[in-house]
Design a protein around this ligand. Structure first.
Ligand code: NCD
Length: 298
């Protein structure tokens, strides 16, 4: 029974191929039963996509959004997971403000746990939809090769608090990409991530980049003092057409959402011809369906 806690747990090439089959019209198998969506944090895209993915596969989504006061303690999470298992749910999708919550849940679960984002740790299904978006944009190269070899990806923004950056670094490097993390010095990770470069120079990160991924400033995961001001961030790190002049001429721009318009990315870039942002949202549902299917059928 596979849990899906980290991007390391995703068999990348077969998953990419399966998502493509679904997107190109293969009808998924109908399943039965209930899947619990345990969301301890706000979410639009991820929760909506998992909910629709459950329906698409023939499962009933049971959405649970516990009040803030019942979050936190390992004990209460363990009890919630045990209760859901006793009620016969087939899988549990969990989003939680604490890093490691999905791993904790998996210790008490008799059904697969899927990590929909745990604190500043990981968000594997977001990374899978991001890399799928790139795979389709690049014309479906053989996914069993290092098909992103020679491709420079700059991930720019609040890397320190970003579970999206962490999971993306795992999958992108697996496919051979040259990954650069870029943030003001206070928003870079304390320990460098394996196999990736990091810099606080936006020019160095964007130089000849084929893909620029902007990240939201995760103010809810920051203590105060990480940034002098939003204006300073905007001035030094916002992704703008002017800054993208040094990038590769065919450079594409991505953002996991939600976008804080005018902060991490200029409107003209977010809505412009280089933007893959809406494609990312569109593939989100299929990616979650394939992740649920993988967890339930293996
Ligand atoms: C991300 C998240 O919640 O981790 N959003 C998402 O799932 N699409 C990124 C973010 O919160 O900025």
């Amino acid at each position: 029974m596979p849990h899906l806690l980290s991007a390391h747990d995703l068999p990348l090439a077969p998953m990419l191929e399966r998502i493509r089959q679904y997107r190109e019209g293969t009808t998924p198998r109908q399943g039965r039963g209930t899947i619990a969506l345990l969301f301890y944090e706000p979410s639009t895209r991820t929760r909506g996509a998992f909910e629709q993915a459950c329906v698409m596969l023939g499962y009933h989504p049971l959405v649970l959004t516990p009040s803030i006061s019942s979050i936190v303690k390992g004990e209460s999470l363990a009890d919630t997971v045990r209760t859901l298992c006793a009620q016969g749910v087939r899988a549990i999708v969990i989003r939680h403000p604490h890093a490691g919550a999905a791993h904790t849940a998996s210790r008490f679960s008799t059904v697969p746990i899927l990590n929909a984002g745990d604190g500043a740790h990981e968000h594997p299904t977001q990374a899978l939809l991001d890399i799928y978006t790139l795979w389709s944009h690049r014309g479906y190269p053989n996914p069993h090769t290092r098909w992103l070899e020679g491709v420079k990806v700059a991930i720019v923004g609040d890397v320190k608090h970003s579970r999206v950056a962490r999971s993306n670094a795992i999958l992108l490097t697996q496919a051979g990409a040259e990954v650069w993390l870029c943030a003001p010095p206070t928003l870079l990770p304390d320990a460098p991530l394996p196999g990736v470069q990091q810099t606080h120079s936006i020019e160095q990160a964007l130089q000849n980049a084929h893909v620029v991924m902007a990240l939201r400033l995760q103010t809810e995961r920051m203590e105060s003092g990480f940034l002098p001001s939003l204006n300073a961030y905007r001035r030094d790190y916002q992704i703008t057409e002017a800054r993208l002049q040094v990038a590769h001429p065919d450079c594409v721009v991505m953002h996991p959402g939600p976008i804080q318009r005018g902060v991490e990315i200029e409107d003209a870039v977010a809505d412009g011809s280089r933007s893959l942002i809406l494609t990312q949202v569109q593939v989100g549902l299929t990616v979650r369906a394939v992740c649920l299917e993988y967890a339930l059928e293996n």
